[in-house]
Unconditional design. Structure first.
Length: 205
């Protein structure tokens, strides 16, 4: 998993409430177990027509939001099913941070496990940030995970909270496998000791 330390770039405003995971990535794209290639299907049903043409006024189809690295969303973002493909699609598009007044718990945890930082802020603050994001290329946001600060285009600095464990994982690029490999030496030592004490468990006589 790619470490998350700092992030700077355009934020796409999507002030919709109750955006569920089926809207983020439609069910027909859940057959793959690959984490790449899903970005083009992000928000498929509201981003494209039935014939596959882009809907011109959808935010991610407009410059500069095609290159957005932050998404500013509405209340209860990521509700619905627990599909991990939702953060996969966001990440493959280029989104590394989602800001919203609230998130579905499972979605937020899936984001953290895939290198996406979910920032929960009061609704009035998110509304103010959304308005600034609508300025397009003139609105650059910056996120510093170590200091837990978000700098808005108007220069205001907003502090956000994050669980220390999740912060450690994001900052060091540790997913579940990475966390296990941190203890690789202890695991190897245990297996060696067990093999010597109980060789039959390892196919030895």
């Amino acid at each position: 998993m790619q470490p998350f330390t700092t992030l700077r770039g355009t934020a796409a405003p999507l002030p919709m409430i109750n955006v569920d995971t089926d809207m983020i990535i439609s069910k027909q794209y859940l057959k793959t177990i690959k984490r790449t290639g899903l970005g083009r299907h992000l928000f498929d049903e509201i981003r494209y027509t039935k014939s596959g043409d882009e809907i011109a006024d959808f935010v991610l189809n407009r410059a500069p939001y095609r290159e957005a690295v932050i998404l500013i969303a509405g209340e209860n973002f990521g509700c619905g099913s627990s599909r991990e493909h939702a953060p996969w699609a966001l990440l493959d598009f280029g989104i590394r941070c989602v800001i919203a007044p609230s998130f579905a718990d499972i979605f937020a945890n899936n984001c953290l496990k895939n290198g996406i930082l979910p920032i929960q802020l009061p609704a009035d603050v998110v509304e103010r940030l959304t308005a600034q994001a609508e300025d397009g290329a003139n609105a650059i946001f910056a996120v510093d995970l170590e200091s837990q600060e978000l700098t808005a285009p108007d220069g205001s600095v907003i502090t956000f909270t994050i669980d220390p464990f999740h912060k450690h994982c994001l900052f060091n690029g540790l997913d579940d496998i990475g966390l296990t490999l941190e203890k690789e030496a202890k695991i190897d030592a245990f297996e060696k000791k067990q093999s010597e004490a109980q060789p039959w468990l390892h196919g030895e006589s």
